[in-house]
Ligand binder design. Structure first.
Ligand code: SF4
Length: 235
């Protein structure tokens, strides 16, 4: 049986419901008058090469010092910031990335995320990709989850599921992204697509962590009837 991105979306939505990503602490931002979109940006940078549970520890540290806003990250000294984000790993490199990113937002956009995101999505993407340490997955996570703009995020979990089903065995990030976006954009309006990409990426991550792990739990998997990897495994 053939599975398509839209079928995958519908099955995972039925299984997991709305996951309402990106995880962020709205009450913290309400209390402190800060912009929750900046938490997404910080999380997207800190999650590079590490598990989300480590990022959460770093975010708790940042919140405890009221650091989850552009101004305070821009002002804080480097050693203090390194100490706060240490749990996320590669903390020296990530401190530099956070400093560079906030400096870029302050210099070019007066630290105003409305100003930053209120532009053509592909111009934003190109600009993000020109920053050192911001690759396609980080850039697209920022655009989708902070900017609320319709772009599909590809990660290692997406690649694993694409390969195993198989759904799409292209190697390049952009080819896999295009494959998902081409089919889904024929089925949903532009407005709906942001929500679809948001939920689909979130549910792929949850699905891969729950069932399609390195050693998959195929018996409980709702995609098993489509999966050739499972067929090979149990032959
Ligand atoms: S059947 Fe197994 S290998 Fe295939 S998608 Fe499900 S968990 Fe992954």
């Amino acid at each position: 049986m053939i599975i398509t991105p839209n079928k995958l979306y519908k099955i995972l939505l039925k299984e997991f419901g709305d996951l309402n990503w990106w995880p962020m602490d709205k009450s913290y931002h309400e209390k402190n008058g800060s912009d929750p979109r900046f938490e997404v940006i910080v999380g997207a940078i800190l999650t590079q090469n590490t598990a989300w549970s480590n990022v959460e520890k770093a975010l708790i540290n940042l919140k405890s010092q009221n650091m989850l806003n552009i101004k305070n990250i821009f002002d804080v000294n480097i050693t203090e910031l390194q100490g706060l984000i240490r749990p996320s790993g590669f903390f020296k490199q990530k401190t530099k990335r956070l400093k560079d990113f906030t400096s870029y937002l302050k210099t070019r956009y007066q630290g105003d995320l409305d100003y930053f995101f209120d532009r053509d999505m592909y111009t934003i993407r190109e600009e993000l990709l020109s920053l050192k340490g911001i690759g396609p997955e980080t850039a697209d996570s920022i655009i989708l989850y902070a900017g609320n703009l319709p772009i599909f995020v590809v990660d290692a979990y997406t690649r694993r599921i694409c390969e195993r089903l198989p759904l799409n065995t292209n190697i390049s990030y952009e080819e896999i992204q295009k494959f998902f976006e081409t089919e889904l954009s024929h089925n949903y309006t532009k407005k709906e697509l942001t929500k679809v990409y948001n939920e689909l990426h979130a549910s792929i991550v949850l699905f891969a962590k729950t069932y399609c792990k390195k050693n998959p739990e195929c018996i409980k998997c709702s995609l098993k009837k489509f999966c050739s990897f499972k067929r090979d495994l149990f032959q």
